[in-house]
Design a protein around this ligand. Structure first.
Ligand code: 5GP
Ligand code: MN
Length: 341
């Protein structure tokens, strides 16, 4: 608890705070970022919301989302940075190096693999979502929660628990959300925004992706691929593929599912982002780690500049013998993290 107190004391004394979260943000990243920022503003702090990626349209309803900026300006102006939902600082993207110049870095995250990059670290793998931890910070700050903050926190918990379907949807997730609904947060409206407002282009892309699904003979591994050609043909962008990998995970035989997706070029190099999902018996984070990525046991990912055919070949090679990745025979501390993303 003393870590929380140190963070609260520091935040109360801060003046100009940069808030950041990981590139390719999901609902937990954005919900945590916005709720934390709104609460700090309620304490009279100057706040800058930073994320270097485009914001997926499905999250356009979040309060204050329009204030998120892709440039942080000079790092000199900030006395404090709060980094949310990032297991390592480089998950922030290009801005990571400049953030190291900020005197105090506060790291708030629920990844078991978090490397403790902050000056002050609050890492709780048992939390269903970083948004659940942000709820705790806001409460400890003594800021009264309002409906806007609640909407952001609810969105983070809802998305990281797969709409309360995964094993991390425990008592605290439900208890917090119950309180938030009491503040006027509307689960039906949020669910419709996140899961029920897909543009037609996404369905057209999904049709192509499902048509090209590849499986191991026993169906333990399912691989889906989103190529640049498919995106061009359907007018989609990487933000339109959010959650698609779950179609492969839901197959009855699947232990491990992957979605390979052409990513935006970095330094002119063509690369791929790979999302991995496991059904509980395989450690997706350990598989992602082989490629320099990471995440949680059930949901992990990595970025690579290997050629597409080589990524596929390596994944099928791993899938040929999933035994070394079975969490039942090789228990890892990350198991406690549940089904987070
Ligand atoms: P997604 O597949 O939705 O992009 O990511 C699922 C989870 O995997 C994320 O919440 C994050 O924990 C992890 N993850 C995704 N991409 C990367 C990556 O490039 N590097 C690392 N270390 N983790 C990633
Ligand atoms: Mn998260």
């Amino acid at each position: 608890m003393w870590k929380m107190q140190q963070i609260i004391t520091h935040l109360k004394n801060s003046r100009n705070v940069l808030l950041a979260t990981h590139a390719r943000p999901d609902g937990d990243a954005l919900g945590s970022l916005l709720a934390m920022g709104l609460a700090l503003e309620a304490c009279g702090k100057k706040v800058t919301f930073y994320n270097e990626s485009p914001i997926p349209a499905a999250y356009g309803f979040l309060p204050a989302v329009g204030r998120i900026q892709a440039l942080m300006g000079s790092s000199d102006q900030y006395d404090t940075a709060v980094v949310l939902d990032c297991s390592t600082l480089d998950r922030v993207g290009k801005g990571a190096a400049a953030m190291l110049q900020i005197p105090t870095l506060i790291n708030i995250d629920h990844h078991a693999s978090n490397d403790g990059f902050g000056t002050l670290n609050l890492v709780t793998p048992a939390a269903s979502a970083t948004a659940e931890m942000v709820y705790g910070v806001i409460t400890a700050l003594g800021v009264p929660l309002d409906r806007d903050m609640g909407t952001c926190i609810y969105t983070g918990i809802s998305t990281d628990t797969g709409s309360f379907q995964f094993s991390n949807a425990g008592r605290s997730a439900f208890a917090i959300c119950e309180e938030l609904v009491g503040l006027g947060v509307q689960p039906d409206v949020i669910a419709r925004q996140i899961y029920g407002t897909f543009p037609l282009r996404r369905l057209r892309l999904l049709a192509l992706v499902l048509g090209g699904i590849e499986l191991t003979p026993g169906g333990e591994f399912a691989l889906m691929t989103v190529t640049e050609t498919m995106m061009a043909e359907t007018g989609t962008t990487p933000a339109d593929t959010d959650g698609m990998v779950n179609y492969a995970r839901g197959l009855e035989t699947v232990k491990l599912a992957a979605l390979i997706q052409a990513a935006e070029k970095k330094n002119g190099e063509a690369g791929f982002h790979v999302s991995l999902r496991a059904n509980g018996s395989v450690d997706a984070a350990a598989v992602a780690g082989l490629f320099g990525g990471g995440g949680h046991v059930p949901a992990a990912g990595f970025y690579t500049e290997l050629p597409l055919e080589e990524i596929k070949a390596r994944l099928f090679d791993i899938a040929g013998d999933l035994a070394p990745w079975e969490v039942t025979t090789h228990p890892l501390p990350e198991q406690a993290a549940g089904n987070q993303a």
